[in-house]
Write a protein of this length. Sequence first.
Length: 252
Amino acid sequence: MSIGETLAKERQQAGLSVTQVSLQTRIRETVIRGMEADDFSACGGNFYARGHIRSISRVIGIDPEPLVSEFDAGHGGAPQPVSAVSAFEPEQPVAFRERRSPNWSAAMALALALVLIYGIVQVVGHTTGREQRTARRVAGTPAAPAPSRPPVAAPPKNGAPVVAAPRKTVELRVEARRATWVDVRGDKGRPLFSGLLRAGDEKRWTAKKKITIVVGVGGGVRMTVNGKDIGAPGRGKGVQRMDFGRGDPKTT
């Protein structure tokens, strides 16, 4: 059985479509279909083809090394290792400038000048402050009034409605009821998780404004959004895609 036939057969046995493998590996669907037909020309070279074989094998749950060895045998062999000496040895010697010894005499003179200036400023400042305070006492200027305290708000009376503070994040908790594939993204499509959840697995994610989740099997997971249990959406309806914000779930 060829490399492509093995990848296609194991993917189907894992219950994954080409689209699901593409989402989890970030490899284009056209490239995956070509690899399953033993056409590796769209991979961009042997180096990338080996990486694609390893990524797809991990997602569908098989050991990638036998397939990589088979690929190397049919495409000129494995790449030769490069020695550390040849990799890091510079082609031309690097010229280093001679370090000059610091001029300690100039540094000490500058430090003494700064200390002297600071002392003069302190003496002049204290003298001027005393003269101003003495002049105010002689003129009989009244002391500045003490700052008034801001009024303290009265506590709410018993029974008054309390306004809940707005949420600052979106929180999503998922508990898998059966084995299913899940893809979760946060603000601006930032990936938070992509992979297979098995029955009993539990995951939590947090974002500032928005969380998007795609579930491979409708009803396969139970969700809690912002602390509220919304059950298992999309029971028996195939792939489900849902978006949640700070105000979800909406109450009617």
